[in-house]
Every structure is written in structure tokens, then in C-alpha cells.
Unconditional design. Structure first.
Length: 186
């Protein structure tokens, strides 16, 4: 009898939950990087002693929460020896109808990023993507590529810092999904 009661409770609770809770989850995928796996040299920075291709990875997402007006993507290394991590990429105000970015969209000169979106200056001091470049011999670093569903477009000053951008993203986030890729230089 207890088993039937439990099923009844679960059924009734499901009817009371908002539709977005029961919808497919918000998921980020990539053909270039994988969660828990090492990135290729293609995603390594070109400069600072690194000689990679400095290509932002292809990213796709699905299952955005109801009410999503725009998206933001961040790429962050919490293991950088700075005391505050390292922002590799922040792109905001991606239109709500967009669900993928091609490889290299973080390169401003290629013009592959969606119209209306805005790429913030990364911690290398460049607008757009700056690839992985952990200090040689520093061990494995984690690179967190996150898609954020936003309730509105963000209003940011022209030279917004990574911290201010992160604050505004979190203030208007409806949900997020992350791929944590790895990189190291021996």
C-alpha cells in the first residue's frame, strides 16, 4: 500500500510544479570540447608563450527556460593563479532565437558571432575569445564554458569589466548549463 501512496504523492506534486521544472533540461553541447576531457591545441591561446589556434569551440544549446529573451556565454578558468580566476570569453545579448555558435565565433575579425551580441574584453585585454594558456608546469586547469539564459538583454557600459558582466549575467539568469573542459601545459 505504501508504494501506491508514494506514486500518488509524486503524481500530485508533478501537477503542482511549474511547467518549466518539468520541461527538458537546459543543455550545452559541443563538437569541439567535452565535459571532463582535455581540449585540443585549437582552443589554446596564441601568445603569452602559447602557440595554439585560439579558436573558440563550437557550442549548441537546447531546452532554454521559458521566458528566455537572450543568452550569454562565458568561459572561465577558476584555477588561474590570480586570486580571481581568468575570464577567457564573455559574449552577451545573443538573440533568444539563436541556439548554436560555430567554431571560431569568438574571433571578432571572422564576424561569426550573432548580430546584436556583444563580446566583452577578456583578461588578455582583447574583445572576444582568448584560449587556454595555463602557466607551464602548473598542472591541470578547468575551463568552464557556460551558457546562460537571460530574462532580458544586458545594458552594460562600453568597457564593462568581466566582474560587472558576470554580475549582470547572474542578476538576469533564468538558468545555465556548463561544459567543464581541461587543459595543461607541461
Amino acid at each position: 500500500m505504501k508504494r501506491k501512496e508514494n506514486k500518488l504523492v509524486v503524481c500530485c506534486l508533478a501537477l503542482l510544479l511549474p511547467g518549466s521544472v518539468l520541461a527538458d533540461s537546459f543543455v550545452l553541447t559541443s563538437t569541439d570540447i567535452s565535459h571532463g576531457e582535455f581540449m585540443n591545441k585549437a582552443q589554446e591561446y596564441q601568445g603569452f608563450g602559447c602557440a595554439g589556434d585560439n579558436l573558440s569551440p563550437q557550442l549548441s544549446w537546447s531546452g532554454a527556460p521559458e521566458g528566455t529573451a537572450a543568452f550569454a556565454i562565458t568561459a572561465y578558468d577558476p584555477d588561474a593563479p590570480t586570486g580571481s580566476g581568468w575570464w577567457h570569453w564573455q559574449i552577451v545579448n545573443i538573440p533568444g532565437y539563436v541556439d548554436t555558435l560555430p567554431t571560431g565565433a569568438g574571433d571578432m575579425s571572422k564576424n561569426l558571432f550573432p548580430e546584436g551580441s556583444h563580446q566583452i574584453s577578456n583578461d588578455y585585454g582583447v574583445n572576444g575569445f582568448g584560449g587556454a594558456c595555463p602557466p607551464q608546469g602548473h598542472g591541470i586547469h578547468r575551463y568552464q564554458f557556460t551558457i546562460h539564459a537571460l530574462s532580458q538583454n544586458l545594458e552594460l557600459p562600453e568597457n564593462a569589466s568581466g566582474a560587472l558582466t558576470g554580475y549582470m549575467i547572474n542578476a538576469h539568469s533564468l538558468g545555465s548549463s556548463t561544459i567543464e573542459a581541461l587543459y595543461k601545459r607541461d
